[in-house]
Design a protein around this ligand. Structure first.
Ligand code: SF4
Ligand code: SF4
Length: 72
C-alpha cells in the first residue's frame, strides 16, 4: 500500500535574480510550460508550473536565472 508523505516535498524550480533582470522576455518565450511572466514590465516571475527543466537558465542573456529548491 502506498502512503502519502506528510513531510515537506522538496521541489526544484527556477529563480530569477530580479534586481538584475532586464525584462527582455527571452525566458518567457523559451519556457515550454508558460511558467514565466514579466511582472509589470520590470522583471521575470516564475510560477508553480515550473519543472526546473533549465531551458530558461540557458536562454537568459543576463545569466540571472538559476535552479534551486523550494519546500512546499
Ligand atoms: S526551468 Fe523550465 S519550466 Fe521552469 S521556468 Fe525555466 S523553462 Fe520554464
Ligand atoms: S531572460 Fe533573463 S533578463 Fe530576460 S526577462 Fe528572463 S530573467 Fe530577465
Amino acid at each position: 500500500m502506498h502512503h502519502e508523505k506528510k513531510h515537506p516535498v522538496i521541489k526544484r524550480r527556477a529563480f530569477v535574480e530580479t534586481k538584475l533582470c532586464v525584462a527582455c522576455g527571452c525566458c518567457k518565450k523559451t519556457c515550454p510550460l508558460a511558467a514565466i511572466d514579466i511582472h509589470k514590465g520590470m522583471y521575470a516571475y516564475v510560477n508553480e508550473a515550473c519543472v526546473a527543466c533549465g531551458l530558461c537558465v540557458s536562454a537568459c542573456p543576463a545569466s540571472v536565472i538559476s535552479l534551486g529548491e523550494v519546500a512546499s
